[in-house]
Design a protein. Sequence first.
Lengths: 175, 621, 101
Amino acid sequence: MTATLIFYLLGAVALVTTALAIIQRNPVYAVIYLVKSIFALALIFYLLGAPLVAALQVIVYAGAIMVLFLFVIMMLEITPVSARKSSAPGWLSWTPVVLVALVLAVMTLLLIGLDPVAEQGIPRWHATPRDFGYALFNEYALAVKIISFQLSFAAVGAFHIGLTERRRARMEKDS
Amino acid sequence: MATLLVLILLLPLAGGVVNACFGNRLPRPVPVFIATGSVIGSFLACVGSVTAAAGDGYRLTLFTWLQSGNFTADVGLLFDPLAAVMALMVTGVASLIHLYAAGYMEEDPDQTRFFALLNLFVFAMLTIVLADNLLLLFLGWEGVGFCSYGLIGFWYSKKENADAGRKAFIVTRIGDLFFAAALLWLFALFGTIGIEVINGRAGELAGTTTVTLLALLLLLGACGKSAQLPLMTWLPDAMAGPTPVSALIHAATMVTAGVYLLCRLFPLVSLSPLAMAAIALVGVATALYAATCALAQHEIKRVLAYSTMSQVGYMFLAVGLGSVSAAMFHLITHAFFKALLFMTAGCLINLAGHENDIRRMGGMRQRSQAVFWLFSAGLVCLAGAPLTSGFFSKDLILATAFAKGDLFHQGLYGLGVLTAALTSFYCFRLAYLVFGGDFRGEELPHAPHALMLWPLLPLAVLGLGAGLLNLPHLLGGHSWLSGWLAREEDILHLSLDTEYLLVATAVGVFVLGWLAAHLRYRRFREHEPRGLRQFLLQGWNFDALFARVLVRPFRAAGRFCSHGIETGVIEGLLAGCAATCVSWGQRLRTLADGRVNHYLYGLLWGMLLIVGWFLLRAVVS
Amino acid sequence: MIVPMEHLLVLATLLFVLGFSCVLVRRNLILILIGVEIMINAVGLVFIGAAALWQQVDGQIMVLLLMAITAAEVAIALALVVHLHQRKQSIDVGLFDEMRG
């Protein structure tokens, strides 16, 4: 009962902070609100029996990814993007509204309206880090390797893209 | 006999091929020896085999050239009296002209090419003469066309010469088209192209329109080759070629190929009275037309070219009158004296310092007596002086026309006599302008090579004496040629009075022309070509007329096709398609506006469509 | 039972749509990336819920892999943002329309 209450509470927090995040004009505030939302989600994960994932959510998302966002924002000295008159035709400006409404309707229908399992309750259960690790490195060993490659590619790619022209030239001269 | 017959054809071919392939690598006089020797050898072979032609002639099939379905074309020779006479004339005249050309072309750097083409021409001409089927004849027909083209434009570095060659080729090609049509039609009718078979079975067609049309097609084909109205404009321009070429191709042999063709297929052609009348009419009209044109020409070779046209017109007239032997008789005598005239004209041009214009000649007798006598011999033959060959052959044609008796043929006779008067007049005009008075040019004489004079002597003798070949009974002859050609029906049986009347007319006309020329041209007077004179000088402005009636509409049609249809319709259509695609592309292009979120809209609409479809199915089921 | 699956799905849907509208509407590149993160989080929530519903650990593993991919994606994307900012001194997506047709 307490858990149920906490779930709704956390859900409300996540929704509110997310909504606040997306309406911010200043990206720093947006990131801060998003961190709050991620904390709330991490707690929900814990509540749903995924303690390790909850911890990783906090560490990886809040601790690494969001911090990366902040770094970039501060590095770039971003001036808020001013509202511009859209050059797109009139009907195009209504498109996002319609699209959002439609996606909402379709997802509601698909996930909740038509899904037979939707009415089932989520049982109290939790996966120990041991179970988790066991499954991860046995059944999903290949996926882990692929993801590792993925991460190293991303690191190289980010490094390459981040080079300025001047530094690139200098590096080419050195090598 | 077969060997000799094959040699007639093969020797000029071999000479031409050797000269064409290796001539330039041989030392200087060797190609000339090869060329001249091969033609003389061909002539000797001809003489040696002539007995075989008597009566029905001699047939020889060498090999099958083409075979397709029921179509068979052999390389076969038909050596009958007609072919024998023609072959003798061609090889004989060609031998003399080769000798002359050896002198004429002595200094020309391209003489190897010249002799190779000349030999090939003789080969092609003999192919026409000896072919036993129409396709082989057509091969020779095209061969002489090609050699004529190559030789008219022999000095191709001058544009006029190259243009003249092209003109000759294209205009004769128009005639060839009709000949080819007739050939195909004959094959369709008879299932064969053998000349003898066609002649033998021609009677099946008697009295039909088909035979008239066929004969008219053949007439048009012959007109192209023989420079008859209306395909005659190329011949005067063809004088751009070297003089031996003019003598051989454009006087003695090739231009008479049309007459030969009509004689060859005479049993077929003669079945249609209408076509015969057309042939006679074309002949006499050309004769008159060319004679009038010859009156005003300035260049000596052009005068002779028009006179050739005129004389070939007489031959056509003879064919149209149904007298093959008269046509062949005139063909042969004309070949002799016209070759003589052309080659002497070449000597005269040399003597006048390479001056072609008779207004700048005069007094040429002082420069060379020999040339004077030779040229005069040719001119009296052409003018039809009594007892020369030209007199007999022309008179035979006119008498044949007269003997037919009806009004149409009387008209033809009248026109023929008028032409004869004009011929006499322009011959003596030429003589007076060239030989009379003092030399009016500035150039120093360029003495002709001895080889350019000696071959003319036999021609002069033949020209003066060839009348004996077909001497009428009136003068104690036996009409030998008519008998040889097995055309006894061509021998006229006129009353003595009529004969004398005709002869008197011919002599009178000759004298009349001489007198008129004497009065008019005894003293040289320079005249600006104006009015009628200009009209005649331009050959009745036929070139301009054709340019206006044929060339200009053709160009206009070409321009219409190019600008109207090609540019307007086709390119317009294509450009329209392209423009439509472009405009649609431009419209669609705005969808790709580079905005990430707009692309996302597209992505999501698509996704929604797919998911919506699944949803719909789930709801329905 | 903690909560019906339905409610979790509603929460995830709402989060997803929020992130989605952020991506669609925003012109600031960083905010668009934040929208993407929100959507990925919503997906992760569904995975966790499903894992709990069927008491299978696979859903959780999926979330872990998702995180790793997100990390890679964010690294590249932010590097691109830096690069683009160097070019135009702005991160307004409207300015980067050189691929316009």
